[in-house]
Structure formats: structure tokens, C-alpha cells
Design a protein around this ligand. Structure first.
Ligand code: CU
Length: 164
């Protein structure tokens, strides 16, 4: 009977952790990493998440590695004075001490590049490793979700054009 209770508690904890979809390393917490489904012909997809730094030391996200995708970059979407939107490659993204940084459509995002012919599908999981300057490496999973109204995949993508 005792074993049965322990099993039930373990199952409950596992379920809760999976639902929360958060990841921690040092003072860094990464919340709800997600990506949107992409069209069959899309060559790029965006990754979004919230990163909180509860430590007293500034940190910096310097790379995102994904084994199955040719290249992954950190991008910032900006709209200039003429209303033209473009994406600018970032060498790293600072996560100041005690602050929370949001990666979201129209702003900072992870750019998965070179998808060619292998689109993201709803329910798919993208295993990735985030590399922080101070906290080190953190394995996370981006859940692929249905495309939102605020998706930016139709935007002009200068980073992609430069590198192709
Ligand atoms: Cu981008």
C-alpha cells in the first residue's frame, strides 16, 4: 500500500512538471518555450519563451543549439520610421539581474533556419540547448503550437536573405 501511494505522488509530480513546462539552471528560469506551426514551404520558424533571472548577477543568452535544424539564431524584430519591419541578428541577449525578458512575436525571438521541407507541426517537440554565459547550458523543449494571430512569419526576413 505504501508503495502505491509513493507511485501516485511521483506520477502527480511528473504531471505537474510537464504541465508547467519550466526549466531552471542556476538563477535562470525559462518558462513555456514554444514555436508556431509553419507552412510547408517555410524555411524559417520562430521560437518564443520567457526568461527570468532571479540571481544577483547579470547573465546573457549567447546561443541556442538544435541538433536537427541547420542553423539557429537570436533575432530582434524592429519596425523603422517608414513602418518597414525587419529582423536583426543578435550576438547575445542580456538577462539583467532580477529581471524577466520576454521572447515574443514582433520582438526578440529564436530563429530556426533552414527548415526546407520539414515544417513544424502542432504537437511536435523541438529539443534545444540554451547556452548562458554565466549559468551554463540548459536543455529545454519548444512545444509547437497552432499559429497565433500575432505570428510574424509573413515578415520580410533580411537575416535569411543575407545568409542564403
Ligand atoms: Cu527572425
Amino acid at each position: 500500500m505504501k508503495n502505491l501511494i509513493i507511485t501516485a505522488v511521483a506520477a502527480l509530480l511528473t504531471t505537474t512538471a510537464a504541465f508547467a513546462h519550466d526549466y531552471k539552471v542556476g538563477g535562470i528560469t525559462v518558462m513555456h518555450p514554444k514555436a508556431f506551426e509553419t507552412a510547408k514551404t517555410a524555411n524559417v520558424g520562430g521560437g518564443y519563451m520567457t526568461i527570468e533571472n532571479t540571481s544577483k548577477t547579470a547573465d546573457k543568452l549567447i546561443a541556442v543549439r538544435v541538433a536537427e535544424i541547420p542553423r539557429t539564431e537570436l533575432h530582434l524584430s524592429e519596425t523603422d520610421a517608414n513602418g518597414v519591419a525587419r529582423m536583426i541578428k543578435q550576438d547575445g541577449v542580456s538577462i539583467p539581474a532580477g529581471e524577466t525578458v520576454m521572447f515574443k512575436p514582433g520582438g526578440l525571438h529564436v530563429m530556426f533556419m533552414g527548415l526546407g521541407g520539414d515544417p513544424f507541426e502542432v504537437g511536435e517537440k523541438i529539443e534545444a540547448t540554451l547556452v548562458f554565459e554565466t549559468a551554463g547550458e540548459l536543455d529545454i523543449v519548444f512545444n509547437v503550437e497552432a499559429r497565433g494571430a500575432d505570428d510574424h512569419s509573413g515578415m520580410k526576413h533580411t537575416g535569411e536573405m543575407k545568409t542564403d
